[in-house]
Design a binder for this molecule. Structure first.
Ligand code: GRF
Length: 213
């Protein structure tokens, strides 16, 4: 798993591995920040962690190569981006194509990029949410797997909206998507994500969560 920050998604996925909802284990956690609070969840769970600082490299492709070297040594079946705040280059994306997942706090294709909660409020949107998707070269543009939505409350601030999206959506849909990958139910097919052998015409939603997620 790749992180940069608080690590709430990492923590939720660690828990789901520990309680058996995800049929797999996390072989390593890589952070691009030495002070990422999420690293403590990895340490407490006895998961190997590494810090690779972008500042140690003169360009992005060298940084990507260093990330790949660390990841390849772990030989993961999938790579899970959980609040990893760096854009990965084409070599990286291609190496792990179909095995590389990301979560983004918006109803993609709406609001790729940063400050999603703020932009939703500025535009007066009625709905907001989060999306788990396969990563492609296009930023936040890969095929969506599962998307949870909620109604924006007129009283919402950026903070309350972000917190509700995290608690009610992200921490449920990401462990679920990883569980589907781990048990072989989910794969990236020629025409998009396939769940249980069927190409998804649209992303799954909160109603499709299995019990416990
Ligand atoms: C989440 O909102 C995720 O969707 C976004 O960054 C945040 C990471 O939070 N890409 P955390 O590190 O999992 O707590």
């Amino acid at each position: 798993m790749l992180i940069s920050g608080a690590g709430r998604n990492l923590k939720a996925i660690i828990r789901a591995c520990e309680d058996g909802r995800i049929a797999g284990r996390i072989v390593g956690v890589l952070s691009d920040r030495a002070d990422a609070p999420g690293l403590q969840f990895a340490r407490r769970a006895g998961i190997e962690s590494r810090v690779v600082l972008a500042s140690g490299f003169s360009d992005r492709s060298q940084f990507d190569a260093a990330l790949l070297e660390t990841l390849d040594a772990w030989a993961p079946d999938m790579v899970v981006l959980a609040g990893f705040m760096r854009i990965l280059g084409a070599d990286f994306v291609q190496r792990y194509r179909g095995r590389l997942l990301n979560i983004h706090p918006s109803l993609l294709p709406h609001y790729p990029g940063l400050r999603t909660h703020q932009r939703v409020l500025e535009n007066g949107d009625a709905e907001h949410g989060a999306t788990v998707h396969f990563v492609t070269e296009e930023l936040d543009g890969g095929p969506a797997i599962i998307q949870g939505r909620l109604m924006v409350d007129p009283q919402d601030t950026e903070q309350t909206l972000a917190e509700r999206v995290m608690q009610q959506i992200e921490l449920r849909i990401y462990p679920q998507a990883v569980a589907w990958m781990a048990n072989g139910a989910l794969r990236l097919g020629e025409n998009g994500p396939e769940l249980n052998g069927r190409t998804l015409k649209s992303p799954r939603g909160l109603a499709d969560l299995q019990e416990g997620f």
